[in-house]
Design a protein around this ligand. Structure first.
Ligand SMILES: Cc1ncc(COP(=O)(O)O)c(C=O)c1O
Length: 396
């Protein structure tokens, strides 16, 4: 679908291909393989001489509609879907790195991402973790064998930003592939490729689905990278997105911008309210003027997103910060205590003991995840109900 159409229009229509039945809603192709007219056609399809679907591990019409629609929204030449966000990150690593190579990653990223890069050491690939906001640290960490620069912006859960244009410039200067996890903003609020970033990855599990139903992921970037470097990896390693999940995600994309607009507005009101609460030491939200990178957020994001994190003040009494944070979480009644985010239902999490609980204490400290930190991923409930829920929990 042409880029002349607005984002909202492409979100409901881009990539659509109809079968001979002319269905209006996208068809769900629950099939593992595709039938050939002859042995010769099978051979031509397998070799790639003739275009067409072969086997759903590496191509399926429903998955392809999702890939094309997301590519249109991110402004990417091409896209391949994966079974999860982690599968997308791993696939990029497998397509890019070999023993002896070096990666630079912002320290404040999702816990499993830190672990994934740390585990690459077993394969002779070293990762340097830097403060995402510190451009000089990125630059001085570059080595001759640096092949990959990876970040989340805003980061999970501390909303640290990376200057996308500066990262893209460093990628060009160093010859390393720049990869951004665009999970928190989604293309509705931020399009890293427009800043010169090479590749975007998604955990589609979050806002792209938006209703907490399925796992999914995606890698987006130049056609040469997606088809020549990534597809051979996905074809042989198998972290494919199921057609059913792709169909669910397509429904999610249709309301992506609407949901993010509404959820971001409620999140902004909650962030402002939280900043005034005496028990709260600090609020992390890129829409607040107190955010140290507020100007950068305004430049590269069309909105702040819907995740608000905050640090509790230490108590005067004996109680540990962890106990205080858990007590607050346990006294909410409306919010769901769950590690997912991007759902229509608000979720509340204690990152230090859940999403970032498997990190070493040093890695957690490096990422800035304290014991009093709480992450709220704001859903579609009414602001006043959410505010009252937190008010009750803070009072407790
Ligand atoms: C920022 C970010 N990236 C990647 C992932 C991993 O995604 P998935 O759970 O789909 O593998 C998550 C999951 O929470 C995340 O928050």
């Amino acid at each position: 679908m042409s880029d002349d159409f607005d984002f909202d229009t492409r979100a409901v229509r881009a990539g659509t291909v109809r079968t001979g039945f002319n269905e209006h809603s996208e068809a769900l192709f629950l099939t593992s393989s595709f039938v050939f007219a002859s042995a010769a056609q099978a051979a031509a399809r397998f070799s790639g001489e003739e275009p067409g679907f072969v086997y759903s591990r590496f191509g399926n019409p429903t998955v392809q509609i999702f890939e094309q629609r997301l590519a249109s929204l991110e402004g990417a030449e091409d896209c391949l879907a994966t079974a999860s966000g982690m599968a997308a990150i791993l696939a990029v690593c497998l397509a890019t790195l070999k023993s002896g190579d070096h990666v630079i990653c912002s320290a404040n990223v999702f816990g499993a991402t830190v672990q994934l890069f740390t585990n690459l050491e077993r394969f002779g690939i070293e990762t340097t973790f830097v403060r995402g906001a510190n451009a000089a640290a990125w630059r001085s960490a570059v080595r001759p064998r640096t092949r990959l620069l990876f970040c989340e912006t805003p980061s999970n859960p501390l909303m640290e930003l990376v200057d996308l244009a500066a990262l893209a410039a460093l990628g060009r200067d160093s010859g390393a592939l720049t990869v951004v996890d665009n999970c928190f903003c989604t293309p509705a609020l931020q399009r890293p490729l427009e800043y010169g970033i090479d590749v975007v990855i998604h955990s589609a599990t979050k806002y792209l689905d938006g209703q907490g139903r399925v796992l999914g992921g995606a890698v987006l970037g130049p056609r040469s990278f997606i088809r020549d470097a990534l597809l051979p990896v996905l074809r042989t390693t198998g972290p494919s997105l199921s057609p059913f999940n792709a169909w669910v995600l397509l429904k999610g994309l249709e309301t992506l911008a609407l949901r993010l607009r509404a959820q971001s507005q409620t999140a902004a009101r909650l962030a402002e309210w939280l900043e005034e609460q005496p028990a709260v030491e600090r609020v992390y939200f890129t829409g607040l003027q107190s955010h140290p990178q507020w100007e950068l957020a305004r430049r590269q994001q069309a909105g702040a997103g819907a995740v608000v994190s905050f640090d509790l003040r230490p108590a005067a009494a004996e109680e540990t910060l962890r106990a205080r944070a858990w007590r607050l979480i346990d006294h909410t009644r409306l919010m769901s205590i769950t590690a997912n985010l991007g759902d229509t239902r608000t979720t509340i999490t204690h990152p230090a003991s859940t999403t970032h609980g498997r990190l070493t204490p040093e890695a957690r400290a490096r990422a800035g995840i304290g014991e009093g930190l709480i992450r709220v991923a704001v859903g579609l409930e009414a602001f006043e109900d959410l505010r009252r829920d937190l008010e009750r929990a803070l009072a407790a």
